[in-house]
Design a protein around this ligand. Structure first.
Ligand code: UT7
Length: 333
């Protein structure tokens, strides 16, 4: 519910993916898998990997945010807030948002990281919008970035085929027009924490030789329960946000789903009554980049978006977390 007439409009979008392409063919040489299995079970054909020592999430998020400023024609010093959604921060602390601000010269921004795994971007977008709607902040950068290759076990065929690295970002600015972030529904259920996690390295199980030997710093995923919950909850929240805003499938121009598995995306679109032509899908090129999937889609589809388009962003991820955001696109590119 708005307390004034200010909405948070997305006024620019940008993406950044590393150059190295890890194909299904290359994965066939690393683990017991096939291009056919990966393609039919997940939809992924290739993913990008950030190679090089000493490079982390901020090395994708910083160029992504600089490019965002260039596209909008603003200086990094104009930014007053940076929210960085990630589960693969440069370090446990300080926050990667702080590192990004320093690297790009965003001297007037405060920032923090937000951890909601694959729902990170929808959580962060909704959070950033509140700061703009309140009138307190006027140029808020929302980043979704993950270097999943840092926590993927490339001997585990059930997870290494899924994930990739990348960053996407949007700029939020105030508007009094009927565009921007119109509504959001965010949920979580911590009982799901056992099915998708990085078990060690936190305060419960600090890093030791034993945790490294037990591979507890890699992603653990019990795929089937996660899959079942994801299909249900991503579709539920997408339908719920449509109904709450009196939108039918005909009113929705685009679904921007988190890219975890093509079968989850298809199920979600079906429940919403949307044809494939209205669904942004790039999982075949990038795999699951966790917090970056949704802004990477917006970046790739930007030229097709028109002012006034009704767009539903929808995600499900570790936590469990899930959520939907209803955006009215604010500009013709
Ligand atoms: O983004 C955050 C949320 N994450 C998700 O939404 C992911 C949700 N889960 C999934 O997308 C799916 O569960 C996976 C893609 C991870 C796995 O697909 P699945 O259809 O659930 O496969 P499964 O785990 O039931 O495994 C089926 C078979 C097993 O063999 P057996 O036991 O039937 O002989 C696996 O060992 O497929 C085997 N398998 C593989 N075979 C070839 C698992 N991974 C592979 C592989 N290549 N890479």
């Amino acid at each position: 519910m708005l307390t004034n007439n200010i909405r948070a409009a997305i006024t620019a979008v940008n993406g950044h993916v590393p150059d190295y392409v890890l194909t299904n063919k290359e994965l066939e040489t690393m683990v017991d898998t096939t291009d056919e299995w990966i393609t039919t079970r997940t939809g992924v054909k290739e993913r990008r990997i950030l190679k090089g020592n000493g490079l982390g999430a901020s090395d994708m998020a910083a160029p992504c945010t600089l490019g965002l400023c260039e596209k909008r024609g603003i200086s990094p010093e104009d930014i007053d807030m940076i929210i960085c959604a990630t589960v693969t921060p440069d370090m446990v602390f300080p926050a990667t948002a702080n590192v990004v601000a320093d690297k790009i010269g965003a001297k007037n921004a405060f920032g923090f990281d937000l951890n909601a795994a694959c729902s990170g971007f929808v959580y962060a977008l909704s959070t950033g919008a509140k700061f703009v709607e309140s009138g307190s902040h006027k140029k808020v950068v929302v980043i979704g970035v993950d270097k999943m290759s840092a926590i993927v076990d490339y001997t585990d065929r059930s997870t290494c085929i899924l994930f990739g690295d990348g960053a996407g970002a949007v700029l939020l600015e105030p508007t009094e027009e009927e565009v921007g972030v119109m509504d959001s529904l965010l949920y979580s259920d911590g009982a799901g924490r056992h099915y998708l996690k990085q078990a060690a390295g936190g305060s419960v199980k600090p890093s030791t030789h034993e945790t490294v030997d037990a591979k507890e710093h890699f992603i653990f995923q019990d795929g089937q329960p996660v899959f079942k919950y994801a299909v249900l909850k991503m579709a539920d929240v997408s339908v719920e946000i449509m109904e709450k805003n009196n939108l039918t499938g005909d009113d929705v121009a685009w679904l921007v789903p988190h890219q975890a598995n093509l079968r989850i995306i298809d199920a979600c679109a079906r429940r919403m009554g949307l044809g494939k032509e209205k669904v942004m899908i790039n999982i075949e090129k990038y795999g699951n980049t966790t917090a970056a999937t949704i802004p990477l889609c917006l970046w790739e589809w930007e030229t097709q978006l028109k002012k006034g388009d009704n767009i539903i962003l929808s995600a499900f991820g570790g936590g469990f977390t899930w959520g939907g955001v209803y955006v009215k696109w604010a500009y013709d590119s």
